[in-house]
Write a protein that binds this ligand. Structure first.
Ligand code: PMV
Length: 346
């Protein structure tokens, strides 16, 4: 029989009762430079391959937990009280239940995020990481960062990486219970690095990343070579980060993302998250490179592009995408974030 989330968490939680009064935590969003694509265990969100991301500095989710005054659980998203039947509530409350043992103290959860909604970025990574950190404080669980990452992963795979700022590696692990599949910072700063969040479309995606992964794993011939390729990309990306080599980092991250999309296109039924605007933007990035500007792209399970470049090219890149799309530029290593240790220099 397969192991449940509850079985795994139960072994680590302290025995003492755990009622709380108030806690609040922040976690950044993150963009994978080497993608997580494919699960070896769908219940625990255990990945087939390791991945590496860059956290989005001060952009992310802030979540608070307080005792509910209405006698029932409540979830607010961006100031709005959600109905119990909302899919968001149906994901959040079962996650909290994993940690509140048999105590029946109703809670009021409020979550906000400052990720540019226009960029269509998934907020589940920062959302579950912030929730995990708030749960840890609220119930006085005293979980290590490693365990917080391990458990945030059970809410949303990529949330494992949002527990940290800077570059973050998520180990695929080997164990059946997933206790060796957590993220850790890849200790290295890069002040000049910029991530551009390029809005192409804001529509809700029709196929979630979880469903997309399963379909790809089950039916794509190209997926057979993915895990091995991702392992090589991960190692090469770490070298490029240590060397502050943007050309290498950008080239590998772009190839990695496009290979991931190739596995989706070759799935059955085929899966393509791009729109014609995505393709136009993609060509524009390639044209800029032909003109000698070091700008690279990555894409996730949606139509939007994320650009990778350096601060000195910010103006040129802003000018290159004047109409249609909106561009938000993030300097991942600028600005301090509460409770997050600063990454050290390489
Ligand atoms: O964490 P999920 O289940 O939303 O999956 C994220 C998948 C990608 O964004 C496509 C890749 C990644 O590593 O973030």
């Amino acid at each position: 029989m397969s192991i449940s989330k509850q079985d795994v968490i139960k072994k680590i939680l302290p025995d003492t009762p755990n009622e709380g009064e108030f806690a609040e935590a922040f976690a950044p969003g993150n963009i994978a430079l080497c993608k997580y694509w494919g699960k070896r265990n769908t219940e625990l969100n255990l990945p087939i391959n390791g991945s590496l991301s860059i956290s989005l500095g001060t952009l992310g989710s802030r979540t608070s937990i307080a005792e509910s005054e209405t006698g029932k659980d409540q979830v607010y998203l961006k100031g709005e009280l959600l109905d119990d039947k909302e899919p968001f509530v149906q994901r959040v409350i079962p996650f909290v239940n994993l940690f509140r043992k048999d105590l029946k103290q109703p809670v009021c959860i409020k979550t906000n995020n400052n990720l540019p909604t226009a960029a269509g970025l998934a907020s589940s990574a920062s959302g579950f990481a912030a929730l995990m950190r708030a749960i840890n404080d609220f119930y006085h669980l005293g979980l290590s960062r490693q365990n917080q990452s391990t458990f945030a992963r059970m809410g949303s795979g990529s949330a494992a990486r949002s527990i940290y700022r800077g570059f973050v590696e998520w180990y695929k692990g080997e164990r059946e219970d997933g206790m060796d599949s957590y993220a850790e910072p890849y200790e290295c700063t890069w002040q000049e690095l910029r991530i551009g969040l390029l809005k192409v479309a804001t529509d809700q995606k029709k196929i979630s990343s979880s469903l997309g992964m399963q379909r790809t794993v089950n039916s794509s011939v190209l997926y057979r070579s993915w895990a091995q390729q991702a392992d090589q990309d991960l190692a090469a990306i770490k070298r490029a980060i240590s060397d502050h080599d943007l050309e290498q980092l950008g080239a590998i991250a772009e190839k990695n993302a496009l290979s991931m999309h190739a596995t989706m296109i070759s799935a059955w039924p085929p899966l393509l998250y791009w729109t014609s605007d995505s393709i136009e933007a993609l060509h524009r990035v390639w044209e800029m490179r032909e003109l000698g500007i070091a700008v690279y792209l990555t894409m996730d399970a949606g139509p939007n592009l994320k650009l990778i470049f350096q601060g000195k090219d910010e103006e040129i890149i802003r000018d290159a995408f004047p109409e249609l799309q909106e561009l938000d530029i993030v300097a991942p290593f600028k600005g301090r974030i509460d409770n997050n240790p600063e990454p050290t220099d390489c």
